[in-house]
Design a protein around this ligand. Structure first.
Ligand code: ATP
Ligand code: MG
Length: 547
């Protein structure tokens, strides 16, 4: 006999009853007079370790309630006690329902079980392979389990929210940390800015006197060598101040046509001692790519950072190749009509994965151990490249190497080889030289005199204006900007009001304290950041006077 084969087949009403039973109680079963299970409900078949037909009732279930009922015999003998029945199946869940006594085909005592599973927790539900839909609608047990499920899922939702909140708090802490870092860098920049004015004036004095002495010590090779060392040290000190200023983008940019060959050779001099034996630096400048329009110290700082990163990416050594070539003008792109110079810095190092590559320009992103890197190298490079009107990108392959590509404006004129600059004759003329610091003014006066200029020195803007009162006429003005009393900019304005435009060089230790917009200076004015070399001063003067 089976579930589909009712005990007394034949009539359609019986089949209908059977169908209803199956629908309402998919866990129903019938126990025959022999104590064996017949006619199982449909749901048993899909229960793990479920009840099988023909199994002995007493071995399959134990009766939990009513207390005192031993097994199948008691069920048929005391039907009045079996109103509410609870059974525990061996190895499975409990069931709760009613036993309905009936007669078998031969008149023997049969019982039907109608009811459903009895579980009190959602975990028991899944443990026994049961589902919420095994409980008929509005069954109190089903409702209770449903409620539990709702509670559990909202608990899970709350946990997710809490984790989210935690993540956001961590992100906020990270950002705060980053802001603190940036503020620290800002402070370094401020300190450096405050210091730069005085410090650069002192460097100007040292380098001017060293240059003068160098000219005077013409026949003395040993003295000249010592003076060259002093000049190299001032150059180094200047690059340190500039480095500190550029961290906070307070670096004054001095755009000029540069000879790439010379710039790269200087770079080699600075960096080679830092590369060690393993990394070899190759420089390769295409003949037509020699001239760039940029700021010399920005350019060196950009390349220096890229070279040092390349070195760090090659712990076992390798080759760093710097190659400069001309990028033809891209006429179809607005703003790209002029030629540009492309400088690549390629290494044979570790390379980067995509995730690293995507973050390299992020401030404070580093993969180096603490103490080895802070993650400011490439963000600084990025800022500097923007400042000099260039662009930067990179290509990298894990285990093969990395190539950074910096594209810069090409030189506007033809970049003069460094040597020929000094050879150009100075046109001569009358220069008004104004600086309230005699330690800066005096050596500059001597340098200008030696270059063939007539010089009238003044220790303030007011004193300079007085000389005009005496009828003096000047071909050029070289003035400090920040002075006690009137500033150099005010002085230039006052002179222009009296005698018209005069070629003027404005000097300062730091363009921020000068409050000057270098980019928007009129054509007859130039800005020089102290310290500068006599060569640079004379070249600027020549250029202004030749207009
Ligand atoms: N040439 C390269 N090859 C492989 N990885 C590189 C290279 N250049 C940069 N990186 C990766 O980019 C990260 C950021 O570089 P970045 O120069 O900004 O900081 P850093 O070198 O870690 O620290 P520092 O502030 O001292 O420069 C490096 O930590 C490194 O993972
Ligand atoms: Mg770096």
């Amino acid at each position: 006999m089976s579930a589909g084969e009712p005990a007394t087949p034949g009539t359609s009403s019986l089949r209908a009853q059977q169908d209803l039973l199956l629908q309402l109680f998919p866990f129903h079963f019938t126990v025959g007079a022999d104590g064996r299970i017949h006619a199982l409900g449909s749901r048993w078949a899909s229960m793990p370790g479920g009840v099988r037909e023909g199994a002995a009732f007493d071995q399959t279930f134990s009766v939990v309630r009513p207390v005192g009922l031993a097994g199948h015999r008691d069920l048929t003998r005391r039907p009045e006690d079996v109103f509410v029945l609870r059974l525990r199946s061996s190895g499975g869940p409990s069931f709760r329902g009613q036993f309905l006594p009936s007669r078998g085909p031969d008149g023997e005592d049969w019982v039907h079980f109608v009811g459903g599973p009895w579980v009190t927790s959602l975990s028991a539900l899944s443990e026994h392979g049961l589902e919420l839909r095994d409980f008929p609608p509005h069954d109190p047990r089903g409702d209770m389990l449903l409620l539990m499920q709702v509670q559990e899922s909202s608990l899970a939702e709350m946990r997710k929210l809490a984790a989210n909140l935690q993540q956001r708090m961590e992100e906020q802490a990270r950002l705060e940390n980053q802001i603190r870092h940036i503020q620290k860098m800002e402070l370094v920049g401020r300190l450096a800015g405050g210091m730069a004015h005085n410090f650069n004036n002192i460097l100007m004095t040292i380098s001017s006197y060293a240059e003068l002495a160098l000219m005077q010590a013409e026949g003395d090779a040993q003295a000249r060598e010592s003076l060259q060392e002093i000049l190299a040290a001032t150059e180094h000190a200047t690059s340190i101040t500039r480095g500190m200023l550029s961290m906070s983008r307070r670096h004054p940019v001095r755009m000029e046509d540069l000879d790439l060959g010379t710039e790269l050779e200087e770079l080699r001099r600075f960096t080679e001692p830092l590369l060690g034996r393993q990394a070899v630096l190759h420089l390769d400048v295409d003949p037509d790519a020699r001239g760039v329009h940029s700021d010399s110290s920005c350019l060196k700082q950009i390349l220096m950072n890229l070279v040092l990163n390349a070195r760090d990416a090659m712990p076992a050594g390798g080759t760093i190749r710097i190659h400069a070539s001309v990028q033809p003008p891209e006429e179809h792109l607005a703003g790209c009509e002029a030629s540009r110079v492309c400088i690549t810095v390629a290494d044979t190092g570790t390379g980067m994965d995509e995730a690293t590559k995507a973050r390299v320009f992020e401030p404070f992103f580093t993969t180096k151990p603490s103490g080895k890197g802070v993650g400011l190298g490439l963000p600084t490079v990025y800022g500097l490249v923007q400042q000099v009107g260039g662009s930067i990108d990179l290509e990298s392959r894990l285990g093969v190497g990395t190539t950074f590509r910096v594209v810069l404006p090409a030189a506007r004129g033809t970049a003069l080889p460094a040597a020929s600059r000094t050879e150009t004759a100075n046109p001569g003329g009358h220069v008004l030289l104004v600086d309230d610091d005699p330690a800066v003014r005096k050596p500059m006066e001597q340098l200008l005199l030696r270059a063939g200029y007539q010089v009238t020195p003044a220790s303030s803007a007011e004193a300079a204006i007085e000389t005009l009162g005496g009828g003096a006429r000047f071909d050029a003005i070289v003035t400090d900007i920040v002075m006690t009393g009137l500033s150099g900019v005010q002085l230039a304005g006052a002179i222009e009001a009296r005698v018209g435009k005069v070629p003027t060089i404005l000097m300062s230790g730091h363009n921020e304290d000068a409050g000057l917009k270098v980019e928007s200076l009129p054509r007859h004015q130039r800005f020089l950041t102290k310290p500068f070399s006599s060569e640079h001063l004379l070249a600027t003067l020549r250029e202004l006077l030749s207009r």
